[in-house]
Design a protein around this ligand. Structure first.
Ligand code: ZN
Ligand code: MN
Length: 260
């Protein structure tokens, strides 16, 4: 029962750890296609693993990961036309984030770290946090600090240069590509089969959206860039960067002497 997962400990233990000042991590995921070569749960697996490692290092807890994400978009996740992608509207997603944060605060968790793993969750997770602050009353939560981060932003530029010596396609196009594939090869290799990759990218998107969405520009495999060059070793580099950075951030934001 020494798990960092809130769902794996009894309530008196949760109460004790929160009272002792444990930061609570909230991973945000999605159930979304990730090509022919990876499982639908990539955006759940990655932020959950990053949160688990960080929580172990800083004496934190990990709240259950939100397994559904805001609506997948063609230019960043392939969009809705793939079997298995289960979308929430931005409105619903923001309200879920709001409610969980309000519940954590009611439970006296005052250090909350939101770790996002799905591109389309960026804006509605910010909105969910803002709605929580509106709901709780911004002038009444002087003891609350919420940090929100997207795991790909925690990677050092030198690591990106090492992984992409020929140039980085950018995180929007990285969907189901080298970063996510490498992370999955490091974390859950049994959920990756590179022999199934189709190599039909990279996508050539127009710089605008048209509705209802034409899907011709999305590579049929659902991989927006490429999988060539993915490896578990690169995944470990990415995980190490994320981990180091989060531990440092937790120290700076919640370190001794900091009251909020
Ligand atoms: Zn993903
Ligand atoms: Mn995604």
């Amino acid at each position: 029962m020494d798990s960092v997962f809130l769902a794996e400990i009894p309530w008196p233990e949760a109460e004790r750890r929160i009272a002792a000042g444990a930061p609570v991590f909230l991973p945000l995921g999605a159930t979304e296609q990730h090509g022919h070569h990876m499982a639908l749960g990539v955006d759940v697996v990655i932020p959950t693993a990053i949160a688990e490692r960080a929580a172990r290092a800083v004496g934190g807890l990990v709240a259950p990961t939100v397994p559904y994400g805001n609506r997948s978009q063609p230019r960043t996740g392939g969009g809705p036309a793939f079997a298995g992608t289960l979308n929430l509207t931005a409105h619903t997603f923001a309200l879920i984030v709001r409610d969980i944060i309000c519940e954590l605060y009611r439970q006296k968790a005052h250090k909350i770290v939101v770790i996002n793993g799905h591109y389309e969750n960026i804006a509605p997770s910010v909105e969910g946090i803002e709605l929580a602050l509106d709901h709780l009353g911004r002038d009444r939560v002087g003891d609350l600090t919420i940090l929100r981060m997207d795991h790909w932003d925690l990677v050092q530029p030198q690591t990106i240069d090492r992984i992409f010596p020929d140039g980085y396609p950018g995180i929007e196009l990285e969907h189901a590509s080298v970063i996510e594939t490498s992370l999955m090869m490091a974390l859950r290799p049994e959920l990756v089969d590179l022999s199934k990759a189709l190599h039909d990218g990279p996508a050539q998107f127009k710089p605008y959206d048209r509705y209802p969405r034409p899907m011709e520009e999305v590579p049929p495999s659902g991989v927006l860039s490429m999988t060539e060059g993915s490896s578990a070793e690169k995944g470990e580099w990415l995980l190490a960067d994320c981990h180091e950075r989060i531990v440092e951030i937790i120290h700076v934001e919640f370190g001794k002497g900091k009251t909020r």
